[in-house]
Design a protein around this ligand. Structure first.
Ligand code: ATP
Length: 306
């Protein structure tokens, strides 16, 4: 069996004169969880639709579970895929359970699986209520429940945490991590970079239809070579000594701390220097660049320049 569940080779999609996706190469192995991020219009949904076989690429090849999306055999592959679109449309006059029965019938999954799935997303108590009375977060959970039907091997989620409260987001990722532990391969898009950065195995930054960067957060940090920042809190009367010792560094003095940018390879030197200041320093923290810092340093900047 092919362990590259997703295999995109030089994939492009053109809408008339607009090149929405351009020369994308991407391989995702079984059991991986990948975060796809990018500005509005970067091409995330177009890429998703091509991976789901809903859109034909105008260039290159999309293979899912080893099968080309244009091939007849892809119909069977589709049954192994779960998809939660950005706007999950539910029928308001059905109950949550009735709606799930509908999805179970469409997916050829036994209706008896629905109770368990509703329980998994925390909607058991609302199973017999009409969807019209559900909150935005409850609808999103229902969308997640339909995705779980049939235990999909490959899962695509487009902005899945929109509308969820912090508890909902926490539960949502807990279930996703369980799915991954069971062997599922997961691709997720999000605009909430702080939320996704520590929760996926790998990040793909899409910009202007192309992959601007790809890797773990640590790899993206290393590739971007963005400085970390030391934040030093001086003891009363100690600030002058700290600033004098840091002469030659780009020091920024704030009301609550002294900020010193530091290249990744200079961290140990900086720590040694700080250790000589002893009792002039009350506290220190090292702030590594966040995904948001990297995004605006790479994809975001490219995107806006495009
Ligand atoms: N059916 C279509 N016809 C013409 N242009 C389209 C079509 N669908 C998308 N586009 C264009 O392709 C580009 C990529 O759109 P896409 O929806 O894939 O981006 P996205 O990254 O998902 O954006 P968002 O974060 O806003 O959902 C955009 O410029 C968009 O206007």
């Amino acid at each position: 069996m092919d362990d590259k569940l997703i295999d995109l080779r030089s994939v492009g999609k053109r809408y008339g004169a607009l090149q929405a996706v351009d020369g994308v190469d991407l391989a995702v192995g079984r059991g991986r969880m990948v975060g796809l991020i990018g500005h509005n219009g970067a091409g995330k949904s177009t890429l998703f639709k091509m991976m789901l076989g809903l859109l034909e690429p105008t260039a290159g090849e999309v293979r899912i579970c080893g099968v080309r999306t244009g091939d007849g055999a892809f119909r069977d592959v589709r049954r192994r895929i779960g998809y939660l679109p950005e706007s999950f449309v539910a029928y308001d006059n059905l109950t949550g359970m009735e709606l799930l029965h509908l999805f179970a019938d469409l997916k050829k999954v036994a209706r008896s699986a629905c109770g368990n799935v509703l329980e998994r997303v925390g909607l058991s108590a609302a199973a017999d209520r009409r969807v019209g009375g559900y909150s935005k977060g409850m609808r999103q959970r229902l969308g997640f429940a339909q995705l779980l039907l049939g235990a999909p091997e490959l899962v695509f989620l487009d902005e899945p945490t929109n509308g969820l409260d912090p508890d909902g987001i926490h539960d949502f990722y807990r279930i996703l991590h369980q799915l991954r532990a069971e062997g599922a391969t997961i691709v997720i898009t999000s605009h909430i970079l702080a939320e996704i950065q520590e929760r996926v195995d790998e990040l793909v930054i899409l910009s202007g239809g192309r992959i601007a960067a790809q890797g773990t957060l640590a790899q993206l940090r290393a590739g971007a070579a963005m400085p970390a920042e030391f934040r030093l809190v001086a003891r009363a009367g100690g600030a002058g000594r700290v600033i004098a010792a840091l002469r030659g560094h780009r020091v920024q003095v704030e009301s609550d701390c002294i900020r010193v940018p530091c290249e990744p390879w200079q961290k140990m030197q900086m720590l040694q220097l700080i250790s000589t200041l002893g009792d002039a320093i009350d506290d220190l923290a090292i702030h590594e660049p966040s995904l948001e810092d990297l995004f605006f340093g790479m994809g975001g900047r490219h995107a806006r320049a495009a």
